[in-house]
Design a protein around this ligand. Structure first.
Ligand code: C5P
Length: 406
């Protein structure tokens, strides 16, 4: 599920962080969302409505008293069409007015009439934020179901350092995606464990054996699953990517650490897992020994003796208690792709395997995959960005989960 055509009410109140929210409005619009920007009078002192209008290509609402038309019935229309309301920045004043249930401008009136999930992003001077009045108002709003995205600690507009800094637009966007998924996604109530990236097998404190996996496929799957409302545990080898907002993130280095993390996620978490997607490129071998000291350069190169790593997926083949777990593996092959992938599907007792050609998939931002299910059902797709591939894989996961529980 994407942000395309989702109706989002973006409330802007009068704080200096309003300038950063212009970026948020632009990012949301770029992803296809229909953003209704609703500004308090004070907000218009910081950023003009025209700025938001130009960025969202839509009318901006600043006045409770603007005339209603046949199609546009002021705050009523705004409140009813919103699938999600976000207030960023939220000043102490708007937080107090919302907590009181006041309806004295276009923003408070729209929010009062809106039943969609509400995200509040406070941003203000530290003392104002920490004041018991503000904290009590936030507690009231939280109790009523609003999600408060806590401000960060750092440099404030005044030049002082403290709590009250608005999270960056990218992070707010992450929470918007999450909230939309939790409200309407097709994986609501499902728990997915996803592995990503390559593992690193140490030779000494500074060297390792690794592979070219970038983690993009696994992270795209985690992001897409969150946006469909899933509860996601992402277990990742070392990569250069930020974990998606809202996932439970476990960082590992070696195959054995990944195995332990997968087992913990499967057997020790309170919630049972519904799906395990092993997108990680787990190292098949590791050096038998890893030196505590950096191996010195010598006239002769050292010989590295290797041993087999555990097969994480294969090891779970007959594990008791996982009968209901949907298992998805990946097969990256350079030869006989389909035959080898099907062999792995059977040997590792998987429900589906994603077959891709190794050289053109690992480390690339797009991928050409074939999905092979039990019973020889094969679906081949064209090369696509990994995010789009993630959606195709999850479409199948949703289908297979429905079959499994039927
Ligand atoms: O056997 P092969 O490595 O080709 O299998 C690939 C699939 O098995 C992938 O889903 C990968 O994440 C998983 N795997 C594993 N443990 C290993 C090696 C691979 O779980 N040691």
């Amino acid at each position: 599920m994407t942000l395309k055509d989702r109706n989002i009410l973006l409330g802007v109140s009068g704080g200096i962080a309003a300038y950063k929210v212009a970026q948020l409005a632009r990012d949301l619009t770029k992803e296809g969302a229909k953003v209704d920007v609703v500004m308090t009078e004070a907000a218009t002192r910081f950023v003009t409505p025209l700025t938001f209008q130009a960025l969202t290509h839509r009318k901006v609402y600043t006045d409770l008293w603007q005339e209603w038309t046949e199609e546009e019935k002021g705050h009523v229309t705004l409140a009813h069409r919103a699938e999600l309301a976000v207030i960023a920045p939220a000043t102490a004043d708007i937080i107090a007015r919302l907590a009181q249930g006041l309806a004295n401008d276009i923003l408070t009136t729209s929010i009062l009439g809106c039943t969609a999930p509400l995200i509040i992003v406070p941003a203000m001077e530290s003392n104002m934020y920490q004041h018991p009045a503000t904290q009590q108002n936030l507690a009231t709003l939280r109790e009523r179901g609003a999600f408060i995205l806590e401000p960060g600690v750092g440099m404030l507009a005044s030049g002082a350092s403290g709590v009250g800094r608005m999270p960056e637009p990218e992070e707010i966007l992450g929470y918007i995606r999450l909230a939309l998924g939790k409200n309407s996604g097709d994986l609501i109530g499902k728990r997915l464990i996803i592995t990503a990236g390559g593992t690193q097998e140490p030779l000494d404190p500074v060297r390792y054996l690794g592979n070219r996996s970038s983690g993009q496929m696994g992270y795209a799957l985690a992001q897409a699953a969150l946006e469909r409302g899933a509860d996601v545990t992402l277990i990742s080898g070392p990569v250069n990517l930020k974990p998606p907002v809202g996932c439970k993130f476990v960082s590992v280095k070696t195959a054995r650490e990944m195995e332990a993390a997968v087992q913990r996620a499967l057997f020790e978490d309170e919630l049972p897992a519904d799906v395990l997607v092993m997108a990680a490129a787990v190292a098949d071998f590791r050096p038998v020994t890893s030196s505590d000291h950096k191996i010195k350069k010598d006239k002769t190169a050292p010989t590295i003796e290797l041993t087999l790593n555990p097969d994480i997926l294969g090891g779970l083949k007959d594990a008791p208690g996982l009968e209901k777990l949907l298992r998805v593996g990946f097969a990256a092959e350079t030869d006989d792709l389909h035959a080898n992938a099907e062999k792995k599907l059977n040997n590792k007792n998987l429900d589906m395997i994603v077959a891709n050609e190794a050289v053109s998939s690992i480390g690339h931002s797009d991928n050409q995959v074939t999905l092979i299910e039990r019973g020889g059902i094969i679906t081949e797709f064209e090369r696509k960005p990994k995010r789009a591939v993630a959606e195709l894989i999850l479409d199948k996961v949703v289908e297979l989960l429905a079959k499994k529980t039927a």
